[in-house]
Design a protein around this ligand. Sequence first.
Ligand code: ATP
Ligand code: MG
Length: 259
Amino acid sequence: MVTKLQIKDLEMVFDGKRTLNKVNFEVHDGEFLSILGPSGCGKTTILRILIGLLEPTGGRVYKDGVDITDEPPASRSMGIVFQNYALFENMTVLQNVEYALKIRKENRSREARKKVRERALATIAQLGLSEHADKMPTMLSGGQQQRVAIARTLVLDPDIILFDEPMSALDVETRLSLRAELKRIQQEFGTTMIYITHDQEEAFAMSDRIMVMREANVVQLDTPENIVDHPADDYVRSFVLRNLQIKIDSLQKCARVRG
Ligand SMILES: Nc1ncnc2c1ncn2[C@@H]1O[C@H](COP(=O)(O)OP(=O)(O)OP(=O)(O)O)[C@@H](O)[C@H]1O
Ligand SMILES: [Mg+2]
């Protein structure tokens, strides 16, 4: 297994309060890794440090063996998708997707712009949005807008995509179809994905490995099977497995009601 990211002794102190307490973990190349943990345990802080929006108070981040802790976000080849899609409302879907490519210096020529347009349209098609390419974001549903946000990240061809609760504003059906979409993209392009979720069932359904956090610390990082078979402690047993069972039970109940 090839190591994509190595996080060493990562530490973040905000106003004297420790948000990350010497966190260590590795992410494999092409892996789907979920981060699961209660509100305030430091999940978003990790993603912001990984992508370079936040400078850690201690520790290092290595990508492909190179220390990138002090690299600017633009040179990290990482993309991020947030819960609220943050699309440009005054631009069409196509314009949203091609924007970041278009403003690159090397894409100023007419020839290059034509290629950018083709690439944007291909990515839009990949996410099933072709018929919406010329619409404004406000004309789309939440799930469609989140697809645009994913297309906008994907078009830049990052080798790592970070997701911060990308589905939490969406209904169950939309979540399920987007889940399948993300897995397909991960498998087809070999993109490494790190995915924050509050939904235990989602983490277990999608991940190669799950990182369970509690108050600034990593409690367990393992495959879903190993977490079920060998939970690290009572916390994992109650926070992860109990909630997973509750979720599965309610899904089964829904299925029964629907007949
Ligand atoms: N810029 C900041 N300044 C001060 N404190 C911060 C800042 N960013 C985060 N924190 C604090 O760090 C802790 C962890 O925040 P973080 O956003 O990483 O949590 P989280 O695990 O993503 O939670 P949630 O599930 O609610 O999104 C919180 O106590 C938060 O208040
Ligand atoms: Mg968060």
